[in-house]
Ligand binder design. Structure first.
Ligand code: PAF
Length: 280
């Protein structure tokens, strides 16, 4: 497994793999890798001949006052995990490599970014789609792998690829959880012991919503069930709870049917997100 830092070196490696008839898989990450990322990499390795993992803490997707500076960075530690997971190449550029000083082009995916996290993190998804578009252009993968934990991100990237005719299959894989249900996230490392003990209650509250939805509750009723469950834990500062149509991400309100139930809540300064799907 090689580590490269420039677009030029990635393109050379991709050209060499293509010349051998290999298919290319891409797993975009911001590093601080955990089992959730590694499950994306091992699936990519099972489905593609040559797997590239990008590690780039993308400044344009962080808002003012967010954790860009303190976001955990550990390239050597990440590399040690990626080799056994089946990665062939790590692309770890610095910001200057990815953004020209006078870069002014932004990829933005309309209505899908208005709700959920998009409503609370202005500019975040424009940063995500712009960097992912650039990574797709640099790597030109056959398949790209993302976790369902960032459900809105997955839907937004899929739509970008479809709308802009990007020749890549965007694949979403299940959220990997701790034994107590907490979704794995690089930001879990910020939690104190007390906050860590409270954190799984986010998933438990969403599961209560699933139970209500399966019993025929409307989107609005499901949201109330989840909010009531979250209110039992005084450490949570809830940012949003929404039951949305799983494809359009529009709030269901008094409607029922297949839905994604998503929530964001702070524990201290750490923002946790999670979501669950309710099929018909
Ligand atoms: O999910 C992430 O880690 C990031 O948003 C991504 C997709 C790597 C883009 O920077």
């Amino acid at each position: 497994m090689k580590i490269v830092h420039t677009k030029h070196d990635v393109r050379d490696a991709v050209a060499a793999a293509r010349a051998e008839g290999k298919s290319i898989g891409l797993v975009p990450t911001m590093g601080a890798l955990h089992e959730g990322h590694l499950s994306l990499v091992s699936t990519a390795a099972a489905e593609c001949d040559f797997v590239i993992v990008s590690i780039f803490v993308n400044p344009t997707q962080f808002g003012p006052g967010e954790d860009l500076e303190r976001y955990p960075r550990d390239l050597q530690g990440d590399a040690a995990k990626l080799q056994p997971a089946g990665a062939d190449l790590i692309f770890a550029p610095d910001p200057e490599q990815m953004y020209a000083e006078d870069a002014c082009t932004v990829v933005s995916v309309g209505s899908l970014i208005e709700g959920l996290c998009g409503a609370h993190r202005p500019g975040h998804f424009d940063g995500v789609t712009t960097i992912v578009c650039k990574l797709f252009n640099i790597v030109q993968p056959d398949r790209a792998f993302f976790g369902r934990k960032d459900y809105q991100q997955l839907v937004v990237i899929r739509r970008m690829a479809r709308d802009l005719d990007m020749p890549v299959k965007v694949i979403g894989l299940p959220t990997v959880r701790e034994a107590d249900g907490l979704a794995l996230s690089s930001r879990n490392a910020y939690l104190s012991d007390e906050q860590r003990a409270a954190a799984p209650k986010l998933h438990q509250a969403l599961q209560a919503g699933v139970g209500a939805a399966r019993g025929g509750a409307t989107g609005a009723q499901v949201e109330r069930v989840v909010r009531d469950a979250l209110a039992q834990e005084p450490l949570f500062d809830v940012q949003y709870v929404q039951a949305v149509d799983a494809n359009t991400l529009q709030p269901l309100g008094e409607g029922t049917g297949p839905m994604a139930i998503a929530a964001a809540a702070y524990l201290g300064k750490t923002r946790l997100i999670d979501n669950v799907a309710v099929e018909d």
